[in-house]
Design a protein around this ligand. Structure first.
Ligand SMILES: [Zn+2]
Length: 84
């Protein structure tokens, strides 16, 4: 039975976390190979995930926080261009 896109979307989080069952993982990768919609979905989720991982949730000393924010901002601008 063939999966439809919505079936995969549920698994994409796990896929990106690397916690997905290897069999399902291969299935998703095969599907992404032939489905532009899911490929775009994965790309944008991956971007979001990596941005979240770059961020730090624990409170930081202000100096460090400034440094981190500057780093993140520079990284963001490098990736996406300067925001108008
Ligand atoms: Zn799809």
């Amino acid at each position: 039975m063939a999966h439809k896109c919505p079936d995969y979307v549920k698994e994409l989080n796990d896929y990106l976390d690397g916690t997905l069952d290897p069999t399902l993982c291969r299935e998703i990768e095969a599907h992404i190979g032939e489905c532009p919609n899911c490929r775009i979905m994965i790309d944008s989720m991956r971007r979001t995930v990596s941005l979240c991982r770059d961020g730090v949730n624990e409170p930081l000393p202000p100096v460090l926080e400034d440094k981190l924010n500057a780093t993140l901002k520079a990284r963001w601008e490098k990736k996406f261009g300067k925001q108008a």
